[in-house]
Design a protein around this ligand. Structure first.
Ligand code: PXP
Length: 239
């Protein structure tokens, strides 16, 4: 069974657009769990544009499935993670001007910082995954940094224009997934996955055990409700 992590950041995006207390990302997480989410994923960004510090603590206290905190390697955010102790942390790159996480973490180029963050998170009892591009150099660097899990960035594949570009990107993902599995990594994937491309991607990447999907599920939930949106995505991943 492929696991589905539901990212509820964009429920908080709607809340922050007006500075209200609704919609509550925790309420969305509980609905997602009722619909079959295996994990809840949230990204505490340095600029706090959607998820806020209090959301992390409330989520951790109230959900019955593991909490996966996406986060940068900044000292402040690593300290918050060590205090809140989510089940898992996924280290991602972060640039303030970006619309969303636009590329994978350059593990090779940030080895000392990534290694230090992994060590602190491990010491706090948190599983750590590195969000990387499907690039063999980054897979190897993730191993050198001490990670045992990686999440492959599917954005380039999902955003590819035209079927041959998408196939090329899917092939790149499949090669990276095969190499990572061969090196003993546990594998997740995510970014840009929607109701059109999920089944194709999941079929092409049998090594991937977990998908983290946010934007498409929150968007679908507007029309069918969160529980049903999660059920539909689970069926696509596990036909
Ligand atoms: N995985 C990671 C590491 C991410 O940073 C994101 C975006 O927050 C996702 C998965 C989910 O991406 P999307 O919202 O496009 O489904």
């Amino acid at each position: 069974m492929i696991r589905l992590g539901v990212n509820v950041d964009h429920v908080a995006t709607i809340r922050q657009a007006r500075g209200t207390v609704y919609p509550d990302p925790l309420a969305a997480a509980l609905e997602a769990t009722a619909g079959g989410a295996d994990q809840i994923t949230i990204h505490l960004r340095e600029d706090r544009r959607h998820i806020r510090d209090a959301d992390v603590a409330r989520m951790k206290a109230a959900i019955a499935v593991p909490l996966n905190l996406e986060m940068s390697v900044s000292e402040e955010i690593v300290s918050i993670a060590c205090r809140e102790r989510p089940a898992a942390a996924t280290l991602v790159p972060e640039r303030r001007a970006e619309l969303t996480t636009e590329g994978g973490l350059d593990v090779a180029g940030k080895m000392a910082e990534v290694r230090a963050a992994i060590r602190r998170l491990f010491d706090a009892g948190i599983e750590v995954s590195l969000f990387i591009d499907p690039d063999l150099r980054q897979v190897e660097a993730a191993g050198e940094a001490g990670a045992r899990r990686v999440e492959l960035h599917t954005g380039a594949c999902c955003d590819a224009k035209g079927s041959s570009a998408a196939e090329r990107e899917l092939d790149r993902l499949a090669r990276a997934a095969g190499a990572a599995k061969g090196m003993g990594f546990r594998l997740a994937a995510g970014h840009g996955i929607n109701y059109e491309n999920a089944a194709t991607i999941a079929r092409a990447l049998p090594e991937v055990e977990e998908y983290n999907i946010g934007h498409a599920i929150v968007a679908r939930a507007l029309f069918v409700g969160m529980k049903e949106a999660v059920r539909e995505m689970r069926r696509l991943l596990n036909p």
